[in-house]
Design a protein around this ligand. Structure first.
Ligand code: G3I
Length: 383
C-alpha cells in the first residue's frame, strides 16, 4: 500500500522537493531540510507575513502552520499589529492576537513555542487612508491639539511595544511616510495625520518611545518604491540621516521589495548601491515584504482557483529574481533578514491589489507545494 509518507520518501530519494502535502491531509513528516534548516547555516532570518488567525485556526488542515514551521524562522503579523487592529480607542487597546502569538506579559505564545522570531508591523503607519489609521483617530483630528496627539501616540507605543517587551525581535516603527509625489515637506514626507499634528518630529518621537518601551528590539523605518534607487530613495537616505542626527535609535531600513518577475537585480546596480549607502550610514536593512508578481493568463483575484501565468517562462524568471534577491542579502554584511509577503500564492495580496491581473507571487503554490522559486533559494542556501 502506497502511503503519503512512502510517496514523499520516494520523491525525496530522487532529490525531488516533496510537496508539503496535498491540501486536506495531515502534514507528512519531512524528509529533507526545509529553508528554515538551511537558513540556519547562514544565520539568515527568513520570514513571511502571516495573519495570526491563520495560525490560531490552523487553517487548511494544519498545512498552513506546517509549511510556516518548515520554511521560515521569522514571522510578521500581516495586519494584526497595525493601529486599526490594536488601537480601538484613545487609550483602549486590543491584544487578543498579540497575546496568542507572543503571550501576555510573563507568558509565551505560539511564536516562542514554534521557534519563530517576530517582526512587529507597524507602530506608526504614516498614511491616512485604508487600514492605516484608526477611524476614531481620523475623525477626532480637528479636536486634538499637538499635545493631545503626542500623548496619545506616546501611550499607544508604550502600551503595544511595552506589552511585548523582549519578545519582538524587530519593530517597523514607521511605515511609508515618504510621498510618491513631489511636495514641499521636509524629506518629501506625506501630508499624514501625524505629520500635520507633530511635524517631522513624529518620527523621532516614535523611534525614541519605541526604544524606551522595548530596548532590545531592533527598530526600522519601512518603505516601498526605493529599492533600486532614485529620487524617493534619496529622500529616504536624507530622512534616515536626519533621524540619526536627531538621536533616533534607528537600527535600519525595511526595503519592501514588492517587485515582479522582470525585475533585474545585480551587483553594482541601484539595488546594491542603496544598501551600500545604508551601510555608509551605519544602518542595517531588511527585505521586509518580498513578492515577485507574475502576469496571469486569465485575470482572476480568486486565489482558490488555479491561476496560470500568462507566459509559462515567467515562473522560471520569477525563480531567478528570487535567487537574485537572496544572493544580494547573503552577500551583504548589513542585511538582517529576508521576509516574503505571504506564506503561499493562495494568501498573497497581489491578486487583490492588481484586480486579478497578477498573482503567483510567493515561493509556495496555493497547495503549499514548493515552486521553482523555492528550489532556487534552496540551491543558494545549500552552498
Ligand atoms: O479587519 C477589517 C475587517 O474588520 C473589515 O470588516 C474588513 C472590510 O473592510 O477590512 C478588514 O481590514 C482589512 C485588513 O487588511 C485586515 O484584513 C482591510 O480592509 C484591508 O485593506 C487590509 O489590507 C492589508 C493592506 O496592507 C492595508 O493595510 C493587506 O492585507 C496587507 O497585505 C497590506 O500590507 C501592506 C503592508 O502593511 C505595508 N506595505 C504594503 C503592503 C501591501 O499593501
Amino acid at each position: 500500500m502506497i502511503t503519503i509518507c512512502s510517496l514523499l520518501l520516494a520523491l525525496s530519494a530522487v532529490g525531488r522537493t516533496p510537496p508539503f502535502a496535498q491540501v486536506g491531509v495531515t502534514p507528512p513528516t519531512r524528509t529533507q531540510p526545509g529553508l528554515r534548516a538551511l537558513a540556519k547555516r547562514h544565520h539568515l532570518n527568513i520570514g513571511s507575513a502571516m495573519p495570526v488567525a491563520s495560525l490560531r485556526n490552523d487553517i487548511d488542515s494544519g498545512q498552513y502552520s506546517a509549511a510556516a514551521i518548515y520554511t521560515f524562522n521569522m514571522l510578521e503579523p500581516e495586519n494584526d499589529f497595525k493601529p486599526p487592529a490594536v488601537w480601538t480607542g484613545p487609550r483602549e487597546y486590543r491584544f487578543t492576537e498579540g497575546d496568542f502569538l507572543l503571550g501576555e506579559p510573563g507568558k509565551t505564545g505560539w511564536a516562542q513555542a514554534h521557534g519563530f522570531k517576530v517582526r512587529g508591523h507597524v507602530l506608526v503607519y504614516a498614511q491616512d487612508f485604508g487600514y492605516t489609521l484608526p477611524q476614531w483617530l481620523r475623525k477626532s483630528e480637528s479636536s486634538l491639539s499637538k499635545e493631545d496627539a503626542s500623548a496619545l501616540l506616546h501611550d499607544y507605543i508604550f502600551a503595544l511595544a511595552g506589552r511585548y517587551r523582549g519578545k519582538v525581535a524587530m519593530w517597523d516603527v514607521a511605515n511609508e511616510a515618504i510621498d510618491d509625489r513631489p511636495n514641499q515637506n521636509p524629506y518629501n514626507l506625506r501630508n499624514s495625520f501625524w505629520f500635520r499634528k507633530l511635524g517631522p518630529e513624529f518620527l523621532v518621537l516614535a523611534f525614541k518611545w519605541a526604544h524606551e518601551a522595548d530596548p532590545r528590539a531592533e527598530l526600522y523605518y519601512n518603505e516601498y518604491g526605493i529599492e533600486g534607487g532614485g529620487q524617493k530613495a534619496q529622500h529616504l537616505l536624507d530622512l534616515v540621516k536626519w533621524l540619526k542626527e536627531q538621536g533616533a535609535p534607528i537600527k535600519g531600513v525595511g526595503l519592501q521589495y514588492h517587485i515582479d518577475c522582470h525585475t533585474s537585480i545585480s551587483p553594482g546596480d541601484g539595488h546594491y548601491k542603496l544598501i551600500d549607502d545604508l551601510q555608509r550610514l551605519r544602518l542595517a536593512y531588511m527585505i521586509t515584504e518580498l513578492d515577485v508578481a507574475v502576469r496571469l493568463r486569465l485575470p482572476s483575484a480568486n486565489t482558490n482557483r488555479d491561476q496560470l501565468p500568462n507566459d509559462p517562462n515567467d515562473i522560471d524568471a520569477q525563480a531567478r529574481v528570487y535567487a537574485s534577491v537572496f544572493q544580494m542579502a547573503l552577500s551583504s554584511r548589513n542585511c538582517h533578514g529576508v521576509q516574503i509577503w505571504g506564506l503561499n500564492d493562495r494568501y498573497s495580496w497581489i491578486p487583490g491589489v492588481s484586480q486579478g491581473r497578477n498573482g503567483l507571487a510567493t515561493i509556495l503554490d496555493r497547495d503549499y507545494k514548493p515552486k521553482p522559486a523555492y528550489a532556487a533559494i534552496e540551491d543558494l542556501l545549500r552552498k
